[in-house]
Design a protein around this ligand. Structure first.
Ligand SMILES: Cc1cc2nc3c(=O)[nH]c(=O)nc-3n(C[C@H](O)[C@H](O)[C@H](O)COP(=O)(O)O)c2cc1C
Length: 414
């Protein structure tokens, strides 16, 4: 229904109008008794195999990326559409209008979007009002950033103000260090800048009764050395995990014409052209950090195969934005169903292997017992019989120590 009816209507509007219309519609559905229940019935896939224990219990690993519900106004309805979690924001301390319109563009030939919204949002107070609404049992993250007008040297104060004031309303926080689209990553993705922002948050958190994980959201446009430097911050500080990645400034390999791209101008590109790079960044962070820290993989997840590639690269959780615009709520359902199918196939294969192993064990034993004495395998004829033959018997399988067990026994990994 999304592709044949809703998408053509939405795509006939500017992307920002379509976005506004969807949020209003969702809020209206939320006001109708049973509205969210109906959404859940139509779209949500519930299955134990989807549940993830990462930093809290997620009903499934597919989340909505920051930028869609910037003020937290429809997160409960979005949850009912089947997401395992929603990241609201980016929120800044004061409301800000963002860049002049038009500032978001669809690139249908590339299944992509370019945006230079510039962190338009209604600010801290409005977000608190929305996040006050109950959301037990559903994980809501809050993506925080600094106001564009805040000078770089005061950035840390903006992040701390947001963290303090939103602490009790969000389940985790994402620190968005990518400035609005007027600047590039060079200055913000440095160890010194990141720690200037994070250290006051760690200090504040130490004094709280409840623990709120802090994630850092990064750009896909970092050279490998910078990805490694940021991964090392994970190892050396109380930072909990990474959200990788934001949109890219790269325009290589697009089907959209150069003229159109020139007309659109600057902004972050998201969607299908980003898939491969986002997966590469996630894999590098996962490897560098030893696979021990939560990674939210985001960027160009347009199909269930993209979602699996991201998980295979080391992501614990996923987020969608552009894929959701092009494919609708059916994408979350498709990814969840594909993950359930994989988990069931894996469990069936493991069961079959266990049954085969058990069958081999029971058929092998009686056959050996039935052999007449002269056919019982003997040590090499020339070898002298051990003095105490009883002690030379191999221990029965169930009494073997791990060191004696065969290669398929359970051994702790080194
Ligand atoms: C219109 C639009 C607005 C966005 N706004 C934000 C934002 O406010 N904060 C943020 O951290 N990321 C923002 N993003 C980036 C997304 O959260 C995501 O990281 C990026 O789009 C890559 O994922 P995708 O390819 O699935 O879209 C925005 C993306 C789009 C398309």
């Amino acid at each position: 229904m999304y592709r044949s009816i809703i998408k053509p209507i939405l795509f006939s509007l500017t992307i920002e109008r379509a976005h506004r219309a969807v949020l209003i519609l969702l809020r209206a559905i939320g006001l109708i008794p049973g509205g969210r229940w109906l959404l859940r019935k139509c779209y949500a896939v519930e299955h134990p195999a989807l549940e993830r224990e990462v930093f809290g219990k997620f009903a499934n690993p597919v989340g909505l990326a920051a930028g869609f519900d910037r003020n937290g106004e429809a997160f409960r309805e979005l949850a009912a559409l089947g997401f395992g979690f929603v990241e609201v924001g980016t929120v800044t301390p004061r409301p800000q209008a963002g860049n002049p319109r038009p500032r978001v563009f669809r690139l249908p030939k590339d299944e992509a979007i370019i945006n230079r919204i510039g962190l338009s949002n209604r600010g801290l107070e409005a977000t608190i009002r929305h996040l006050r609404r109950p959301h037990e049992g559903f994980i809501v993250g809050c993506n925080i950033g600094r106001n564009t007008a805040t000078p770089a040297e005061n950035a840390a104060a903006d992040y701390l103000k947001l963290f303090r004031n939103l602490y009790q309303y969000a389940d985790y926080f994402t620190v968005n260090i990518s400035c609005d689209n007027s600047c590039r990553e060079g200055a913000t993705h440095t160890r010194a800048h990141i720690l200037r922002i994070l250290d006051p948050l760690f200090d504040f958190r130490r004094g709280q009764n409840q623990y709120r994980p802090i994630m850092l959201k990064v750009s896909p446009d970092m050279p490998d050395a910078v990805i490694d430097e940021i991964s090392d911050i994970l190892l050396e500080t109380p930072l909990d995990g990474i959200v990788a990645t934001n949109g890219t400034h790269n325009r290589e390999g697009l089907h959209t014409s150069r003229t159109t791209l020139d007309k659109i101008g600057s902004g972050r590109l998201s969607g299908a052209p980003l898939t491969q790079r986002a997966v590469e960044v996630v894999r590098r962070i996962h490897t560098r950090s030893g696979g021990n820290f939560p990674i939210i993989g985001v960027g160009g997840i347009m199909t269930s195969d993209d979602a699996k590639a991201m998980l295979d690269a080391g992501a614990d959780l996923l987020q969608l934005y552009t894929g959701y615009i092009y494919n609708g709520p059916g994408l979350v359902r498709d990814i969840c169903r594909a993950l359930v199918a994989d988990a069931e196939a894996k469990a069936a294969a493991e069961r079959a292997a266990a049954e085969r192993a058990a069958a081999e064990k029971t058929t092998a034993k009686p056959a050996a017992q039935q052999l007449p004495a002269e056919h019982t395998p003997q040590p090499a004829a020339t070898a002298p019989a051990p003095e105490n033959a009883e002690n030379a018997e191999p221990a029965p399988a169930e009494s073997r120590t791990p060191a004696q067990s065969g290669p398929d026994s359970e051994q702790p990994e080194s």
